[in-house]
Design a protein around this ligand. Sequence first.
Ligand code: NA7
Length: 553
Amino acid sequence: MDSSTNSSHYDVVIVGAGFAGLYMLHRLRSAGFKTRVFEQASDVGGTWYWNRYPGARCDVESMQYAYSFSSELEQEWEWTERYATQPEILRYVNHVADRFDLRHDIQFNTCVATAIFNETGSRWMIETSNGEHISATYCVMATGCLSSTNTPNFEGVESFSGSLYHTGEWPHQEIDFSGQRVGIIGTGSSAIQSIPLIAEQAKHLYVFQRTPHYTVPARNQPLQSDPKTQHPGRKAYGYDEDMTVEEIKADYLGLRQRALESFAALAFTPNRQSALEMTEMERQREFEKRWEQGGLTFQGVFSDFSISREANEFAAEFVRRKIQQTVKDSVVAKALVPTYTIGCKRLAVDTGYYETYNRPNVTLVDVSKSPIERITSAGVYAQGREYPLNSLIMATGFDAMTGTLLKIDIQGRGGLRLREKWVEGPKSYLGLCLAGFPNLFTITGPGSPSVLTNMLMSIEQHVDWIVDCVEYLRDRNIAEIEPTLEAENEWVTHNNEVASDHIRNSCSSWYVGGNIEGKPRVFMPYVGGFPNYVEKCRNIAAKGYEGFVLGEG
Ligand code: NA7
């Protein structure tokens, strides 16, 4: 491609060495592009590098939360559990990096600080945190959707004399909470996964809850490759498709195809009936079946779970009853029961979460009506009293989808800053490209299905689309690609339309930036479904990149 001998010029610079960055590197290198990856961490893994808190595991089944691009990789890797733990996923990512010999093109411990588009040379001028200057024809942001942690600005937090942790930046060594008074702020997915394990260790665990979260049982289990050794009746694979690992591996392509055709890029069998067409008895049967199966496919309990408020309320009520049946103390149970739509905040998947509140060493502190007042040197001050703590854990989530991109000073055409462009919320064409920012790509950016799907499928689809695009440009000697403002605006409008009345958009969550003070409230991921989206991307490319200006620079 670029025949420049300048060693600091690349065809493509990729920011991030998580699942997206690694596959991007593999594809680009195979296509002959001179590529360099910059990664802030000291190793590969992205979100799985950082989120090492107790109980961290994926809420998508491991047989699906795995790359599909290499059938050899699919066949040789043996997942040990229905839902892989963080260490197992990290081992997998490391295996991929080694197997495809990716490390030597990755520069670790390096942040990209600025990326400025040079209009004269049609290239991105990049400066790293180490003060290096590099240029690249294309810049690909593989920065992840949940990669900038959110630590609320609690008064006095710096005075806390105990140990302070954030689930999203967990230390690499194991933390032993034995004998400790531990506090955890937040009850999202990270807290829901870690609370049962920390409660088993700690002398006492205080959970500071602002909003209760819906969670469904994971029903995690080992994935045994020898069907003969399986427990009678135990499924090797948890989905209602009831397949063993061997059966999946015999037709992995079939599983992937079913995923590609599904709304969330996940192969499972949703119930196609409307809740409103079912009798109460049928609904309860379906609920119980899916509750027993476990996992996110609870949301497939009927066709209008995410569309009709009435239907959604049936599901919400079912889970509320389960909470009340599980938690013995009725006051605690009441505080744990969410009143909003289910699935609006991302549904969590747990192992023993509600049961944990029956332990004598666990106290739920409801801070929904009066917020945490301050952090003191001894602990947390809330509800008019101090909770003395040895350790305090922030399970307070992320500045999702835009946080990491906005940390980098990205300047496009005419010095337009991304921070200015997105002052009222993210605007993007397909969540892939930005008007005013030629030759810049975002993998699973805001405006794409991303976090509403199996991320691995979305990542692969974006990477493949980007590689096809840059090959198309290379073949035709085209120096620049940039979406038109009109195409971008149309896509943003379409996004807003499909999201406007959607259940996912019916409460405050990180999907809408509601967890970050001052963040514009915009529904960020595309909620129109994965197949529609893929079709749209495919058509745009087939029409010679409709909605883009391709130019000489
Ligand atoms: P989440 O889901 O954003 O959860 C963060 C939690 O922290 C949530 O319960 C918040 O309550 C709570 N929070 C945030 N700020 C405060 C303050 N100031 N006071 C009290 N409580 C607060 O992040 P997770 O890391 O659990 O999960 C993120 C995703 O990772 C998850 O969806 C999966 O996809 C994996 P709130 O609900 O805002 O009232």
